[in-house]
Design a protein around this ligand. Sequence first.
Ligand code: XMP
Length: 527
Amino acid sequence: MTQSAVSPRPAIAHETLLIVDFGSQVTQLIARRLRELDVYCEIHPYQTLTAETLTEIAPKAVILSGGPDSVTREGSPRAPDALFEMGLPILGICYGQQVMMTQLGGRVVSGEGTAEFGRAYVEPKQDLPLLEGWFAEGREQVWMSHGDHVDTLAPGFEVYGTSPGAPFAITADVARHFYAVQFHPEVHHTPNGARLYENFVRLAGFTGDWTMGAYREEAVARIRDQVGDKKVICALSGGVDSSVAAALIHEAIGDQLTCVFVDHGLLRLNEADEVVGMFRDHMNLSVIHAQEQDLFLGKLEGVSDPETKRKIIGGLFIDVFQKYANEIDGAEFLAQGTLYPDVIESVSFSGGPSVTIKSHHNVGGLPEKMGLKLVEPLRELFKDEVRALGRELGLPEHFIGRHPFPGPGLAIRCPGEITREKLEILRKADAVYIDQIRKHGLYDEIWQAFCAILPVRTVGVMGDGRTYDFACALRAVTSVDGMTADYYPFSHEFLGETATRIINEVRGINRVTYDITSKPPGTIEWE
Ligand code: XMP
């Protein structure tokens, strides 16, 4: 097999839309909007595109993303000239629009009076098929974020929409199917933006051949092809990604897959039984339940530094997984639930590595150490697609919709020293809190909710007696990707009722607080 110059490539050819990335913060959102339309798309950094890679990707249409640079700066990013000669429909967004204008013979200027940031309103100038469903109410709200603006259109382009700060807000060369917009249709603040993408892919002739039903069949065929009659091992965490990966691989190769569920003693109430029960009994998967609570909790004794805790857990996890995996004769492959956002190469302008805020827990490094090859059947999918695939595979809804749970588990929700007593209290408080959230119908509105046990005891009074027990903090956030988050605005009634229930039902807690820190400056987890 020849090595692909571009990655990842789907196993079976789909109509592909190429997104050329110029480094916008929201490029992934463009891909998400397209995937929602059942269109397969790939994001590639502008520097990686050559005549050769373009032939390999074989796009049916192209979108040029936004980006932080200025086309007026010498040496700033450009699309390969060949792209404009391929006879493909092209949509340029913000910086992508300016790249198009510059490369096709127009002019972009920067300087005073050219910037526009935030909400703006676009008025129509002429009818355009790309704008079907737009301007029903006269004007459309859009999100602008640009320092430069187009001053002279490239030959062949005409104006179809304007805003007070952008006389060329929407332009097109209809004959060549080249479209260019100054605003960002992919963001939430352009409420009708999805319609623009829908019109663009319709005009480009996409049939919508990217569905999770089709993906399931292809992925199964591909896994069989890759693995043959060899064995695969998978670290099952109970999270959505590893669960869906395991279910999919099991469908493809049945008993050739063995999962290892590492119980580090830092799981939530009943979690190990639920996960092992579901996969082993309900789905008939071969699951090894590695009961290593004593090992992990023993090594964590007396440790209170967050990074040290993470390193201990990560290191032990790899050792333990390896120990159990070695018992499986002839395993040649390791399955991982890697998703598309982990695979996309990003356009880096600073060049330097970013600061490590927390060392994340994963099984990176294991494949080389154990001489295993990787099976990564979710590499082309976004999180919401993984959930859809999970549904397709018959995983229960309450399982698919579960909030993310970190690899180091309750260790990072127990600031300071970890003791079995604290973990026990934390598990019970967390269970009451989540029960409250479910009872009030709020679970699906929240990205992640959990309880943290604080390393302080405080004085309270219950009945006629004095108490001296732990305090806990409730955390609940909304987020789209965990990178930024807002605290969830519970009602005071909900918070009061939950605090009462926790104090009444959980021995060892006499005070409940609610964490109202957003991210940034806080992080979602406490450590
Ligand atoms: P923070 O606390 O960094 O968390 O704001 C962002 C998201 O990542 C999860 N998280 C982890 N997930 N291994 C994981 O698999 C880890 O080590 C880890 N640390 C944090 C966290 O739960 C949140 O969803």
